[in-house]
Design a protein around this ligand. Structure first.
Ligand code: ZN
Ligand code: ZN
Length: 339
């Protein structure tokens, strides 16, 4: 085997993409080496590129939407085999011993690691991952679709399945983009009365094709009034990270409704608390999930026919791929595909 590999790294906060030749890393105890087949580019990779993540060390290879195959395993890896197809996502492992882990809440581990932030990620031909961060990829899911499921997919799937809505309830997806186009598909297939909310009508046909029963054009109609005509939303998943757009949505909730925010706007929300109190409703953040949650996401997607819409680029075109994602022009996830 060749001992060198190609990787795309950032070597200082705000630096440009650098294509470098590196030694192929060796897995330590409890780790595996993954031969990367695809890696999605996530909006949060901007936190690495611009050095906005606390404690970040450079140079760093970003990428936390990884799909590939186990190429080598270190000592003490007992439940994974060489050649097995695996994904590695945002959740880059946990310590098993802190108070949260002792209660089984691994996503909230005080020493949790983030892939591509705390250790090098998937913008490279090979990467090292802790076995606790691995999700098995179902045979039906190709690598370039598995990648986006490991962050965008698990975030919305796990948010929706834990939000308390029951079959037939009104669930609104605000923003039809990288997260939202998956959110509409999941909401429909989970049995919810699915409402897509977006600015303008250029995504109306697509939203309906993805499964939306109703479409609300936020520029042409009063979103709150339209949601209340449907009885109010049991859950609104706000995927467009705009505080002025998200804040008023609380008035569109049904009693005991939940406004879920899985992607952070840069500005604070301004919430009408009277509206929350009078309807006993709530606003909550959502943290993506563990590796098993990602595997659940892929298994449900294979079962029910959920697919991310992707644009593929080679690693050599990483700067262009990142710019395409960052500009908002991508429909809807950008994936680095290897080979
Ligand atoms: Zn992400
Ligand atoms: Zn822990």
């Amino acid at each position: 085997m060749d001992s060198r590999m190609q990787a795309a790294q950032i070597s200082r906060a705000g630096g440009d993409w650098e294509l470098v030749d590196r030694d192929i890393p060796e897995p330590g105890a409890g780790q595996v080496r993954v031969k990367v087949e695809a890696c999605g580019i996530c909006h949060s990779d901007v936190l690495v590129k611009e050095g906005l993540w606390p404690g970040l060390k450079f140079p760093r290879v970003p990428g936390h939407e990884i799909a590939g195959r186990i190429d080598a395993a270190g000592a003490n890896v007992t439940s994974w085999t060489t050649g097995q197809r695996v994904g590695v996502g945002w959740h880059g492992g946990h310590d098993f011993v802190c108070e949260r882990c002792r209660r089984g809440d691994f996503a909230m581990c005080v020493n949790r690691k983030v892939t591509g932030f705390d250790f090098d990620g998937g913008y490279a031909e090979y990467m090292i991952a802790p076995a606790s961060a691995l999700a098995a990829i179902p045979d039906e899911v190709p690598a370039e679709e598995a990648g986006p499921f490991m962050c965008a997919g698990v975030t919305v799937y796990n948010a929706l399945r834990n939000a308390g809505a029951r079959a037939g309830d009104v669930v609104a997806i605000h923003g039809i983009g990288g997260l939202g186009h998956l959110g509409v598909q999941y909401a429909r297939r989970m049995g919810f009365k699915t409402v897509a909310i977006n600015r303008g009508n250029d995504k109306q046909e697509l939203a309906q094709k993805l499964g939306a029963h109703h479409y609300i054009d936020a520029t042409a109609t009063d979103v709150v009034a339209e949601l209340q005509k449907l009885g109010g939303a049991r859950v609104i998943l706000a995927t467009a990270p705009s505080a002025p757009a998200i804040s008023p949505l609380v008035d569109g909730l049904a009693p005991s409704g939940l406004l879920l925010v899985p992607a952070a706007p840069t500005e604070p929300l301004s919430i009408n608390v009277f509206s929350l109190i009078s309807k006993r409703s709530a606003v909550s953040g959502w943290y993506s999930g563990t590796a098993r949650d990602s595997q659940d996401t892929m298994e449900f997607s294979a079962l029910s026919g959920v697919h991310p819409m992707i644009e593929k680029y080679s690693l050599a075109r990483v700067a262009e791929a990142y710019e395409q994602m960052h500009s908002g022009r991508a429909r809807f996830r950008v994936v680095l595909a290897f080979n």
